[in-house]
Design a protein around this ligand. Structure first.
Ligand code: NAD
Ligand code: UGA
Length: 468
């Protein structure tokens, strides 16, 4: 078996950074260099304030940085030194051209692969870490093989990442499984074993799954689609609950107690966000269309349609409850990140909701513990055809440094992200109530607060999936 001694990771983002930092943390005998074309990001990785917020990440990075963990903009140098290279670049949904709005944009994967082909001076194991459509490894192989010589040989593996933001370090330290796909040739299997050897420094052998390349690629899209489908299913049920008096928490609990279903990922919400679920489902939809499977495409697409419906339904409910107009009313939004314990705002439900509030001429006061003010303005000013200018956003949106400031003189509070500090045992809701316009409304998009308790204080509470 080949023993991996030197790893390069191309892409120092939410996946590349934590994943390879944990490899360095667990494998002191391996030198790990994480490279990126973005010098600001690399500078942040080399500073005291890391570019992403992730519980436990600081400890892992500060423990190994400049020992066997390095962050650099010298992409070529790191490629040349490495015997194994992770390609962990972004694969966003294409904005223009063929498959726009659905297909994954593979330009970054291709350019990283071409770079490897251009500068490599020795054989490499190239690992597809980014989430990609099924059979992307074939394109990578074609590019690399066109450049391989007798002396330089490339093996391609698929090793999709299953970490969730906010729990990345725990997920990486004790993963449910690590998946490694390879071509079932003697060289492919040898490369697969070499990567398995890296993970086996800390992951039990029975959790390292080996499959063929295409199963591995498809499993990543499939897992995300199935997880998102559960949320859309429970969110669809939340609408029925509100119309019938059933309680979505009770329904989810009753269903989740069936061990065949399990209790996780059944929390009704204002809709799922994040950089991956929507992108990966659309990716699967596009793949199905390309394979001439329109019914399959329509089936998965409905998961995304349902998610959009849930966000719009929530906004409609807020406007209706606030006497059919929110013009010039102050709405306090608690949370902007797509989930708690991350500063990531990509595809956050907050963006859709707040853009709608702005459209309705409301004043919006936002507080999030980890999202930077500039990021919020950028996300809201990014029009997508809805909001035109940064000036309009700045006029209507105030960024606050705590929940009390946001709620002062507000007509309604909207809980969008489930940060622990918004819970009713952490935040002084009596104080908040005192400072609000009356009637004081609270809309809980995360099933976070104890509604009966807040109602006793005087709040008019509206909770997703509940009438009581
Ligand atoms: P990201 O945007 O945070 O990071 C990607 C990084 O790659 C950026 O810093 C970018 O500058 C860099 N990059 C792009 N092209 C490059 C090149 N040619 N050379 C060097 N650097 C380059 O993205 P992310 O959230 O880390 O996601 C990366 C991949 O992992 C995506 O395919 C995503 O679907 C997948 N994934 C993400 C998560 C998650 O929780 N974010 C989880 C599992 C899988
Ligand atoms: C998700 C998957 O959970 C990871 O396994 C996967 O690796 C990753 O996508 C990816 O490929 O990027 P992530 O998007 O970081 O991870 O976060 P999740 O915890 O899955 O949450 C996604 C969204 O669903 C959030 O907005 C969250 O609040 C929402 N959600 C989650 C619910 O509304 N209800 C739930 O029960 C669970």
């Amino acid at each position: 078996m080949t023993t991996v001694k030197n790893i390069c990771c191309i892409g120092a983002g939410y996946v590349g950074g934590p994943t390879c930092a944990v490899i360095a943390y667990k494998c002191h005998d391996i030198k790990v260099t994480i490279v990126d074309v973005n010098p600001t990001r690399i500078a942040a990785w080399n500073s005291d304030k890391l570019p992403i917020y992730e519980p436990g990440l600081d400890k892992v990075v500060f423990d190994r940085r400049d020992k066997n963990l390095f962050f650099s903009t010298n992409v070529d140098g790191a490629i040349q030194e490495a015997d194994l290279i992770f390609v962990s670049v972004n694969t966003p949904t294409k904005k223009a051209g063929m498959g726009a709005g659905r297909a994954a944009d593979l330009a970054y994967v291709e350019s990283a692969t071409r770079r490897i082909a251009q500068v490599a001076t020795s054989s490499k194991i190239v690992v597809e870490k980014s989430t990609v459509p099924c059979r992307t490894a074939q394109s990578m192989r074609t590019i690399l093989e066109a450049n391989s010589t007798k002396e330089i040989h490339f093996d391609i593996l698929s090793n999709p990442e299953f970490l969730a933001e906010g729990t990345a370090i725990d997920d990486l330290l004790s993963p449910d499984r690590v998946l490694i796909g390879a071509l079932q040739t003697p060289e492919g299997i040898k490369a697969q074993q070499a990567l398995a050897g890296v993970y086996q420094h800390w992951v039990p052998k029975d959790r390292v799954l080996t499959t063929n390349l295409w199963s591995s690629e498809l499993s990543k899209l499939a897992a995300n689609a199935m997880l998102a489908q559960r949320i859309s299913s429970v969110n669809a049920l939340s609408a029925i609950c509100e119309a019938t008096g059933a309680d979505v928490d009770e329904v989810a609990y009753a269903c989740g107690r069936d061990t065949r279903l399990g209790s996780k990922f059944l929390k009704a919400s204002v809709g799922f966000g994040g950089s991956c679920f929507q992108k990966d489902i659309l990716n699967l939809v596009y793949l199905s269309e390309q394979l001439n499977l329109p019914e399959v495409a329509a089936y998965w697409h409905q998961v995304v349609v349902m998610n959009e419906y849930q966000k719009k339904r929530f906004v409609r409910n807020i406007i209706k409850t606030l006497f059919n107009t929110i013009t010039n009313k102050k709405i306090a939004v608690l949370g902007f990140a797509f989930k708690k314990d991350t500063g990531d705002t990509r595809e956050s439900a907050a963006i859709t909701l707040i853009k709608d509030f702005i459209q309705e001429s409301a004043h919006v006061a936002i507080y999030d513990p980890k999202v930077e003010r500039e990021q919020i303005y950028m996300d809201l000013a990014d029009s997508g055809g809805v909001v035109d200018t940064r000036q309009q956003v700045e006029k209507q949106v105030q960024i606050c440094s705590n929940a009390y400031e946001a709620a002062q003189d507000a007509d309604a509070i909207v809980v969008v992200t489930e940060w622990d500090e918004f819970r009713d045992d952490q935040l002084d809701y009596a104080k908040i109530y005192a400072g609000m316009h009356k009637p004081a409304f609270l809309f809980d998009g995360r099933l976070l607060v104890n509604a009966p308790k807040l109602r006793k204080m005087g709040f008019k509470v509206n909770v997703i999936g509940k009438t009581e």
